[in-house]
Design a protein around this ligand. Structure first.
Ligand SMILES: O=C(O)CCC(=O)C(=O)O
Length: 290
């Protein structure tokens, strides 16, 4: 069983996020990093490309933060992490959801001196889903520090009024511009940098503002893999199709298809094809101990 403590649940409810210093098994990290670098080199182990590829080696400006979405479709070793039972079960219990399915995974690589990502709320991007809820597990593949462009959370912002979309996501001029214009009057902006060793993780609510400043170090990579999950109760919102993801909607239906949005955990149940595609590999992940 992969269960957060009552203190961790309380802290997630209060702050809108939770930091877990040790989440991935250290011995598995070298293999994950190797597969991470392969996908950024466009080596698709399964023969399929991810759904979104925002980096082309030798073409994309070297200081832009690099992002791939749905790397599980391209590389099963990365899928073993982003589709894992540990990620799903821990998140469902932490966020008090009946179960979770993967909406999308991400691989994000902020190179030395790499640019910022906008401080945003994930759920604001989800008007193709109903309800637009999300809970995220962000996993560090490098040691992170406040000046290496790590993710920052705005404590308590999940309790603010829901803001509309605003600002440019990649390399914005001011990564805090959107959150500053959304903050309720009289509220202090409390930014918390996630400083964890490689293998550490952070979990956040879909309405928690978060983003990351430029990587100020010329010598530090900042790589992470991320599982964005939605409740198993969530359905398609046919009124607002998403230009990429709504292609996976079965015509006339609002249920999400487990072939594309697998259930990672729901009272012990997992989508049946996960076991063959992304088997639990002993030594890759540990149950959070703190
Ligand atoms: O890794 C980052 O800098 C931002 C990631 C993010 O936006 C997310 O995990 O929702």
């Amino acid at each position: 069983m992969c269960e957060p403590t009552p203190e961790q649940i309380e802290s997630y409810r209060r702050d809108g996020f939770l930091i877990v210093e040790r989440f991935l098994e250290p011995l598995g990290l070298a293999r994950i990093r190797e597969h991470f670098m392969n996908v950024f080199d466009h080596k698709w182990e399964t023969g399929l490309a991810p759904d979104e590829v925002n980096y082309v080696p030798g073409v994309t400006a070297p200081d832009l933060t690099r992002q791939l979405c749905n790397v599980w479709k391209a590389d099963r070793a990365l899928g073993e992490v982003t589709l894992s039972r540990q990620v799903g079960e821990f998140t469902a219990r932490l966020a008090a959801l009946p179960g979770v399915r993967l909406a999308q995974d991400n691989a994000i690589w902020k190179p030395p001196s790499g640019k910022a990502l906008l401080c945003h709320q994930d759920a604001a991007y989800l008007d193709h889903l109903d309800p637009p809820n999300m809970a995220t597990c962000w996993m560090a593949l490098d040691d992170t520090a406040a000046d290496t462009g790590t993710i920052y959370y705005v404590r308590g912002s999940h309790r603010w009024l829901h803001a509309a979309l605003g600002g440019t996501f990649h390399a914005p001029d001011d990564w805090l511009g959107h959150v500053r214009s959304s903050i309720p009057s009289g509220t202090e902006l409390e930014l918390v940098p996630i400083e964890v060793p490689a293998g550490g993780a952070a979990f956040h609510d879909g309405w928690t503002f978060h983003g990351s400043p430029p990587n100020e170090r010329p010598d530090a990579q900042r790589r992470s893999i991320i599982s964005h999950m939605i409740s198993t109760d969530t359905q398609w919102n046919p009124e607002h199709p998403h230009p990429i993801y709504s292609r996976y909607r079965r015509p006339g239906e609002t249920d999400l298809d487990e072939a594309f949005f697998p259930i990672l955990w729901q009272n012990g149940y997992r989508t049946s094809w996960l076991e063959g595609y992304a088997p639990a590999r002993s030594g890759v992940q540990r149950i959070p101990a703190d």
